[in-house]
Ligand binder design. Structure first.
Ligand code: GDP
Ligand code: IMO
Ligand code: MG
Length: 427
């Protein structure tokens, strides 16, 4: 049996979708445990490219059961759109299940997400506006509605109507904005409730039984560790726990269940949305990385901010996740550079910091201390084993291992499933 968590080591978009799809060929089950349709996980198979938001990235593997766990905030509208798109492409979708305990993202959450962002002005967080923060706010405030509520039509309409009224009071009086349309939402969600019924399960039991019967279970992280609500660059974070620990509450499993943690790690760094980014390249080099790496958001289309590899971030992330190995992604994107920089440590006020700091003011004043390595200046997208990589690329990988203290067991040299180097099987 293997239980494996796949988490983002940086600020999301590290290539989790590609590796989850790749590893899912050996998995009986793939489980999402947090986030919602703010995620954008790309899976490329031949000439076809899929962007998954809510549906787990195991779905392209016919034998894999795909679970949307209790910790996910569930956007029914997004779910049915995604399902329809997959079905249109002939993808099998009868192996997808949604936790009855998952909280719902409702249209007023999206409205409020946008209104809060606008009210923040220049201090906006740059959210995806998918309603994630407001849905988690309701969960914590104890006014959220859950998937199980949808199963009782009359009761659900009553609860939803009361919540729409409550949220419209905030929307109208606090923001002076137009209310959401109660009749429309009630009609839409009555329809969604009927259509959702066949997908709803107590998914915690399904996961437990799969683990108990020694099946390979893969836990799919969304976002990245530095966007964790507790351990990320607060307040420039998401509303959930994208670290490995997030699966205990988010999938309903015991703390000791997960045996391996794969940190999906870009060979450089990107961030979409606002917030600190010590190795950011606000220059021609950053633009070059963005263009070569096609660094535009899979969910919002926004250009991603780009910078050099940050060893302080990945080391920190390895610590808070208990990362057992790294998958180093998009190494091919760096093929055209004469020199490559990797940040070994931060200097703050003339001193070396021993770890990633909490304070944004400190982070702002941190100066990255780089080591410079020669580039390899050739196409590595055709390489399929470690030894066939040029020496400079192998050296880059080894430097990442030394900086982070974690072995790199997977190297990705292109978006396609095939463009993957496995140094050691982990499943
Ligand atoms: P996720 O959110 O972590 O699943 O990552 P995204 O899908 O948002 O972003 C990763 C992007 O990089 C996608 O467009 C992938 O198709 C692409 N990608 C993944 N691995 C590689 C790689 O090794 N090389 C290149 N060039 N692109 C990759
Ligand atoms: P995947 O799973 C990158 C970022 C947003 C914003 C912050 C808060 O594709 O890696 P939210 O809408 O969650 O309240 O926004 O988090 N963000 C992501 N950035 N990849 C993601 O997901 C993200 N999901 C949220 O840009 O900065
Ligand atoms: Mg993404």
């Amino acid at each position: 049996m293997a239980t494996l968590a796949v988490v983002g080591s940086q600020w999301g978009d590290e290539g989790k979708g590609k590796i989850i799809d790749y590893l899912a060929k050996k998995a009986a089950m793939v489980v999402r445990g947090q986030g919602g349709s703010n995620a954008g996980h790309t899976v490329v198979i031949g000439t076809k490219k899929y962007a998954l938001h809510l549906i787990p990235s195991g779905v392209m593997n016919e034998h894999t059961v795909n679970i949307i766990g209790n910790g996910v905030v569930f956007d029914a509208e997004g779910f049915f759109d995604e399902l329809a798109a997959l079905e249109k492409d002939g993808v099998k979708t009868d192996n997808i299940f949604v936790s009855d305990r998952a909280h719902l993202v409702l249209p007023y959450h999206k409205t409020l997400d946008a209104l809060y962002e606008e009210a923040r002005g220049d201090g906006d967080l740059g959210t995806t506006r998918k309603g994630i923060g407001p849905a988690y706010m309701d969960k914590v405030e104890r006014s959220g509605l859950r998937v199980c509520d949808m199963l009782d039509e009359a009761g659900f309409r009553k609860k939803l109507a009361a919540q729409i009224d409550a949220k419209n009071r905030i929307i109208e009086t606090l923001f002076g904005a137009p209310p959401v349309n109660k009749a429309d939402i009630l009609a839409k969600f009555t329809d969604y409730a009927a259509r959702l019924r066949p997908y709803v399960r107590d998914t915690g039991v399904m996961v437990y039984e799969a683990v108990q019967s020694d099946k390979n279970v893969l836990f799919e992280g969304a976002q990245g560790s530095m966007l964790d609500i507790d351990l990320g660059t607060y307040p420039y974070v998401t509303g959930s726990h994208p670290i490995s620990g997030g699966f205990t509450t988010g999938a309903g499993i015991g703390a000791g269940v997960i045996k391996h943690v794969v940190g999906i790690t870009k060979a450089y760094t990107t961030r979409v949305g606002k917030g600190p980014f010590v190795t950011e390249l606000d220059n021609e080099t950053g633009v070059r990385i963005r263009e070569i790496g096609h660094e535009y958001g899979a969910t919002t289309g926004r250009p991603r901010r780009c910078g050099w590899f940050d060893g302080v971030v990945v080391r920190y992330s390895a610590r808070v996740n208990g990362t057992t190995c790294l998958a180093l992604m998009l190494l091919d994107v760096l093929s055209d550079f004469d020199e490559l920089k990797l940040c070994q440590r931060y200097e703050y006020g003339g001193k070396t910091l021993s770890d990633f700091p909490a304070s944004l003011d400190v982070l702002d004043a941190c100066v990255p201390q780089y080591i410079t390595l020669p580039g390899w200046k050739c196409d590595i997208s055709v390489c399929r084993d470690f030894d066939s990589l040029p020496e400079a690329a192998r050296n880059y990988v080894k430097t990442v291992e030394e900086m982070t203290g974690v072995p790199v067991k997977i190297i990705s040299v292109g978006p396609d499933r095939e463009q993957t180097i496995i140094r050691e099987e982990i499943f």
